[in-house]
Design a protein around this ligand. Structure first.
Ligand code: PLP
Length: 392
């Protein structure tokens, strides 16, 4: 049996791969600290669990409209207005099986064979694979660490060709935690409008910002930008609901309609009960302040511990729950040829799992998640330091 060409070069998600390896070692009885995870370590809040149970008891266990239940779309419309200053109607919203599937479906309806999508690096691992699966061509554009991993308007403009269809803006970013401010987004937006480039704005970490910086939705900056932007978001990170698989896309009606048509033949609908749970999340006035405060304390603690290790430097993130330190010097100092081998040896010797930056298009960095207790983070930093200093 022959596999289809389109999956022959498909690589498994490097973040999931390292988590699987760490789990395997754990099952063998090793005391592994997995810093590879991409999800909050908090439980989904009780009021959300209750609403899901109620939905089950009330028989909300049937197919729903492919693009989501009307009540949830309404709640998302309100959320976009209140939080993002963006006015959508319900036919401009599609509820999806996680933000990941919103992106997948979007690329499927947007891209023709050979269309280029600019992917600023470091990037979230699934963008390039999803673009390729839709017949598109990811064009990686290095966002310099010296510029806090932010793309400049000049860099963006220079990367545009007559095949460029879209650009991805992920702010706050996974893996770097960087954020664009309003002025920066205005300038990037100007270039996109000038060249008629679609903006895919992945705002999944919107609620996890630890500075006084304000999250800005690029689509809210003008009507023209709103028409040119598809906003992606969801409840996974904001409400500790990664396993529920509810995300959404908001954008021009004809795009959303095409996405809904495709969803009607692929997922049929996002899980009915999970949609009611997400509805409770968006209707509630409870916010994620406590979770955010805990993440902030961990970020501050872990950042200090990591930059104190010889050969490691780090741009301090503003959002999400990852550090993306540069380990180039440590890797060389420890006698390794590349970061991947260094990460493997660290896992084998010290049982600390990090994700190598190669999967994010940034081979001199590693990603570590601080969605773990402070004690665990301190122990992890201690082990990383012991590894680095013992290999000199
Ligand atoms: N976008 C980014 C940048 C992410 O980091 C993730 C999850 O890790 C997603 C999208 C997908 O989120 P979801 O769990 O809603 O599919």
């Amino acid at each position: 049996m022959q596999l289809a060409n389109r999956v022959k070069t498909l690589t498994p998600s490097s973040t999931l791969a390292i988590s699987a390896k760490a789990k395997e070692l754990k099952q063998q009885g090793h005391d592994v600290i997995g810093l590879g995870v991409g999800e909050p370590d908090f439980n989904t809040p009780d009021y959300i669990l209750e609403s899901a149970k109620k939905a089950m008891d009330n028989g909300m266990t049937k197919y729903t409209p492919a693009g989501g239940i009307p009540e949830l779309k309404q709640a998302i419309v309100r959320k976009c207005k209140d939080d993002n200053d963006l006015e959508y109607s319900t036919d401009q919203i599609i509820v999806t099986t996680g933000a990941k599937h919103a992106l997948y479906t979007l690329f499927q309806v947007l891209l023709n064979e050979g269309d280029e999508v600019i992917v600023p690096a470091p990037y979230w691992v699934s963008y390039p694979e999803q673009i390729k699966l839709a017949g598109g061509q990811p064009v990686f554009l290095n966002a310099e660490e010296a510029n806090d991993f932010k793309l400049t308007p000049e860099e963006l403009e220079n990367a545009i060709t007559d095949k460029t269809k879209a650009v991805i803006i992920n702010s706050p970013s996974n893996p770097t935690g960087m954020m664009y401010n309003k002025e920066e987004l205005e300038k990037l937006g100007e270039i996109c409008l000038k060249h008629n480039i679609v903006i895919v704005s992945d705002e999944i970490y919107e609620k996890l910002i630890y500075t006084n910086d304000e999250h800005v939705s690029i689509g809210a900056l003008s009507n023209e930008l709103k028409e040119q932007t598809i906003l992606i978001n969801g409840v996974s990170k904001s409400h500790a609901m990664t396993g529920w698989r509810i995300g959404y896309a908001a954008g021009p009606t004809y795009i959303i309609k095409a996405m809904s048509n495709l969803a009607s033949h692929s997922t049929s609908n996002p899980t009915s009960i999970a949609q009611y749970a997400a509805l409770a999340a968006y209707e509630s006035k409870e916010d994620s302040e406590a979770m955010k405060q805990t993440f902030k304390e961990r970020l501050d603690a872990m950042y200090e511990l990591i930059v104190a290790i010889p050969g490691i430097s780090c741009v301090k993130p503003k959002g999400a729950f990852y550090l993306f330190p540069n380990v180039e010097e440590a890797v060389a100092m420890n006698g390794f040829d590349n970061t991947d081998d260094w990460v493997t040896a660290l896992l084998e010797e010290e049982k600390v799992a990090l994700v190598p930056g190669s999967g994010f298009g940034s081979p001199n960095n590693v990603r570590l998640s601080y969605a773990l207790s402070i004690d665990t983070l301190e122990e992890a930093a201690k082990r990383i330091k012991r590894f680095v200093t013992s290999h000199q």
